[in-house]
Design a protein around this ligand. Sequence first.
Ligand SMILES: [Zn+2]
Length: 192
Amino acid sequence: MASGLVHDIQSQVIYGRTYREVHKKKDAPSKWLPGKRHRCLRHGWYRKFGKRWTFADPFPNEIPRRRQRIGDTAGSTRGEEYMASVSHDYLDRIWDFDSLTREERKYTRNYWEAFHIWLVLNPRLLREWAGVDVFDGRIRRVIDGAEVWEDEPNVVVEYRSLYERARFILHRKKDLRYMVELYGELVKDIQR
Ligand SMILES: [Zn+2]
């Protein structure tokens, strides 16, 4: 399973909010069902892989339809929580990296975890590329075809927490530190 930190970072990039409670709740069964087995609970979309969705079509029409229904009856935040939950299952399925060997899988997971952490360490990129302004608490959204920056003060608090967690994990895990230093520097070279 992708770590809680990776799920939270990805949600902040996609939706502007980390939806940490959604991810925590979904992965809580991993405490008593470690590894892949925890996904027999609270990971409905994950289990429907190959039947109702594929990597080529991860969010077929039924998903935006359900989101709309939830949004109409329970509010837009609930609708977005639902999307964060579906995206969680999608990421978990990618994170299996079934086609790779054990060694390749370990390296690839570290690489992608380091990439997510690197994004957190580059808040300007979050603002310019992902449309999440973690300095002033705003999210770029397209409403009726027009682009607007909407105020969302929670973004600042959630980002600060992600930043602290990212720093902490880099301090603890040598492999991730190595990846961030290696590839982070390469990206800087390309941007120059
Ligand atoms: Zn999960």
